[in-house]
Design a protein around this ligand. Structure first.
Ligand code: KE4
Length: 422
């Protein structure tokens, strides 16, 4: 019996489902998770010494690749001086400056420890700032696991077909309004009914939690227009797209200015970091300078800030155009291989993100994503893992390339795809 299997059996006795985050359990792809011992570049090494070429990259944080020497050195140097002070430190100021410098709409930013904390806090701020209670989110978008957002969410909730609201009081999600992603007419209908009660619209500007779904032409601008018209705030949840869709995120790529932005994943360089930020006038409502409360013991942690700052500084010099072009070429090759096999696929891609949907029709929202063949995806996942390629263990997630993937890695990916049979 493998060490990974032994660890999973032990884990299931002391951790719910044996994992600290549901999607890692690989339930929808019908295999046990592999326990990882180390990671370097674009490769994982399991506790049994098996090497995997990875296209999950820790669900997005590792855009520079695993164990980047400069990121690791920065974290180690900070850790040598103490892991947490519970008091301000210089790294927090440098990190805030870096975020303000690189994210177009952010004038002021608050650090937290996860994407969930970032979106939860941004919503509370929007409600405090506007004096309104309702929030509009999109079916299939996932903004972390805080109560208000667990209605028709994506990611693990879609994967496990969890209704999304067990343990969440009805009166909480009563304030959560829903619309189909990419349907600006439906959004306008919701505003026509509830416009003066809506504190904010929160959106994944490129949706990564129903598989990758791109914003339709005019959708994001439409959200900007309608929120401005009704005095609601526009929140871009850039936990996935931040520093990935471009250095300036999706807002930098598409030229849309949200009122608030939430960040996570990449800005921690693999350490627990989330952030929310935006216009100074709004952010100054956050305690202690304002009256909207939010706090965190490890917010702005010196080690995480050092890793995040090193990551952002390296990304400011990175060649995004080349990575995007290489990812697009990989996607074209994947489409060609499945076309030769007469296997219908839709492959959505932007920047260094892509998702293979086993579907006949384009995937433009959660309803069309649900039409993709989940069993085929599960078989695809298992066959690719047999070939040494690690993909997201759910068809409702993204695949991620990175600055660490090499030509040999892309060739290995395509060789594995060529062997896929259903
Ligand atoms: P975290 O609390 O997991 O750091 O961030 C929540 C979050 C917020 N917003 C978006 C757009 C997100 O994608 C996420 C988290 N993403 C998932 C994967 N799609 C994290 C993986 C997991 O849940 O284990």
């Amino acid at each position: 019996m493998s060490t990974s299997h032994k660890l999973f059996e032990l884990a299931k006795n002391v951790i719910p489902g044996g994992v600290n985050s549901p999607v890692r359990a690989c339930l929808s792809v019908g295999v046990d998770p592999l326990f990882i011992d180390s990671a370097q570049g674009a490769h994982l090494t399991t506790v049994d010494g098996e090497k995997l070429l990875d296209f999950v990259m820790s669900w997005g944080p590792m855009l520079l690749g695993y164990s980047h020497p400069e990121v690791q050195a920065a974290a180690a140097a900070a850790a040598a001086k103490g892991s947490s002070f519970g008091a301000p430190c210089a790294q927090e100021v440098e990190m805030a400056d870096a975020v303000v410098r690189t994210v177009p709409s952010i004038e002021m930013v608050r650090m937290v420890s996860s994407g969930t904390e970032a979106t939860m806090s941004a919503l509370r701020l929007a409600r405090g700032y506007t004096g309104r209670s309702k929030v509009l989110k999109f079916v299939g978008n996932y903004h972390g696991h805080s109560d208000s957002f667990l209605a028709s969410a994506g990611s693990g909730l879609a994967t496990l077909s969890i209704p999304g609201t067990p343990g969440v009081p009805e009166e909480t999600v009563a304030h959560t309004l829903l619309a189909p992603y990419n349907d600006i007419d439906a959004v306008r209908d919701v505003f026509a009914k509830h416009g003066d009660e809506i504190a904010a619209v929160i959106v994944e500007p490129c949706a990564g939690n129903m598989g990758l779904v791109l914003p339709a032409e005019g959708f994001l601008q439409g959200l900007r227009d309608v929120t401005t018209e009704y005095g609601a705030l526009l929140i871009f949840d850039e936990v996935i797209t931040g520093y990935r869709a471009s250095l300036g995120g999706a807002q930098g790529r598409f030229g849309i200015t949200p009122d608030l932005t939430t960040l996570g994943k990449i800005i921690g360089g693999g350490y627990p970091v989330g952030a929310y930020g935006g216009k100074r006038e709004i952010m100054e409502r956050i305690a202690p300078c304002g009256d909207v409360y939010q706090a965190g013991t490890l917010s702005g942690n010196p080690v995480a800030m050092a890793a995040g700052l090193a990551t952002v500084q390296l990304l400011e010099q990175a060649d995004y155009a080349t990575l995007e072009a290489r990812t697009a070429a990989l996607v074209q090759d994947v489409k060609a291989i499945f076309a030769e096999k007469s296997i219908p696929v839709q492959v959505n891609t932007v920047a260094s993100l892509f998702t293979v949907f086993f579907a006949e029709e384009p995937v433009v929202d959660f309803e069309s994503a649900q039409k993709a063949d989940g069993e085929r995806y599960a078989s695809f996942y298992r066959q690719m893992r047999q070939s040494g390629i690690n993909l997201a263990p759910s068809g409702y997630e993204c695949s991620f390339t990175s600055f660490a993937h090499t030509e040999a890695d892309y060739d290995a990916f395509l060789s594995a795809v060529r062997k896929v049979q259903f």
